[in-house]
Ligand binder design. Sequence first.
Ligand code: CS2
Length: 523
Amino acid sequence: MTLPRLSAALFSETNSLSVGPLLPWRQRQHAVSPRIAHLGIGAFHRAHLAWYTDALMHAGGDDPWPWAIMGVSLRSPEVAAQLNPQQGLYTLQQSSASSTSQQLIQSVLGVLVAPQDPAAVIALLGARTTDIISLTVTEKGYCLDLVSRQLDFAHPDIVFDLAHPSTPRSAIGYLVAGLAERFAKGYPAPTILCCDNLPQNGVTLARLVTQFAEKLNPDLAAWISAQVAFPSSMVDRIVPATTQADIEVLAAETGYLDLAMVKTEQFSQWVIEDKFAGARPAWEQVGALLVQDVAPFEHAKLRLLNGAHSALAYLGTLSGYSYVHQVVADPLFGRYLRHLMTQELMPTLLVDGEAPAGLDLPAYIDALLQRFANPALAHRTMQIAMDGSQKLPQRLLAAAEQRLQAGQSVDAICFAVAGWLRFSMGFDAKGDALEVSDPLAARLLEIRLVHWDHIDELVGEYLKLSQVFAPALVAYPQFAQRLTYWLSYILANGVPTALQSLLLEVQDYAAAPRLATLGGSAR
Ligand code: CS2
């Protein structure tokens, strides 16, 4: 039997849907104009900002002017094909280890596909009624040089967009085109809300947008600097990619086919800098935290959650694990991840030996390990392994630099970085091919092919990738030395054996001060 597709009409045709009902504004016939435009409407957005906004719609009753979202896909028409026939409706499935629940999300109106109609996207971003432009375009979507933290003017999309500002390709090009419309028409400036895992994401995005605009029109750039708000935000929710099997299981349970469903965990966190240019949804009413300074939350999340995630993705894949929960169920990995987080990453978050106010870091680490262990998520290590060159600087390498500056060891971090380099070689321990999806994949492969038989040269060449490894980090000889040590260990013995050796070494290391303290108190 063919099941009906999820759609607004389905709610009037049947009264047996387990999700719903439709919100009153959804049932009215007149068109609603979006107040939020979202660039990069992937699964993460649908489980995060759109979910908070939907919760607010439910909490707020019959809002005459709801905070509806129009999504934009910057590249592929896939999400539009999933969501538009469903009038933007989709099911969000939350799973813990023991229970699963589904809800209908109604905050999204539809999706525009930028390459199909750039003018429509620019009109959306430039509309007076669009109060907020939010983004989840992944780390690489910003055309950012991660080490200098400036716009990469050599990036092919930026070169193209500066030459064709009315038919851009990049998120930055679209933002500036939309802002230019508003500036020309004298409309009020919007808020641009970055929801990607980048440090100081608001400040960073403001810099990129202004640098791009400066090349086109210095007056526009000055207006952007003065008027547009770019709050920083820390976003957190684990959202594995939806599979065909997930869609089929949901269909069997609900009786409808939802090609846009998303699955996620019960946990969600959103910390937003309270700095908006105009009106904003009262997201704090549905669990978001509006604060003056996002930095402590963002650092803790990027280094502990995302740092550990990247480490387990590379090392786990190389050890034959396909899913995150399998990796953390292996006691060897459990010990390693705890060590990495508590001994090497957490200390970099302390200010004068104290955790920032409001953060209980050991409890946060415990909670992370539990979240990673959730088998219902079936979160693939290969999903996290994507784009390592774009992720490692803020997740692991900044912490390594900070530790080296303080004269501290970096073995567990170097072990994870060695895992990434070993993964980027493109084959696993059995010699089977691994798909390396990374803007630097070709360069990483070339380095491996040319310098394969000389480990010091090999690591030396990797460390010349200055968009990943900051010169200030590479200046510490200990970094290259520990990285070389662990990469050669992994190459010779495989990850699990190397990991055992690392844990033995660091155990001694951790035990030493404790023995000294005991000796001291006995005297
Ligand atoms: C993950 C993140 O894919 C990845 O790189 O580390 O998407 C992670 O799941 C989220 O940041 C969790 O908030």
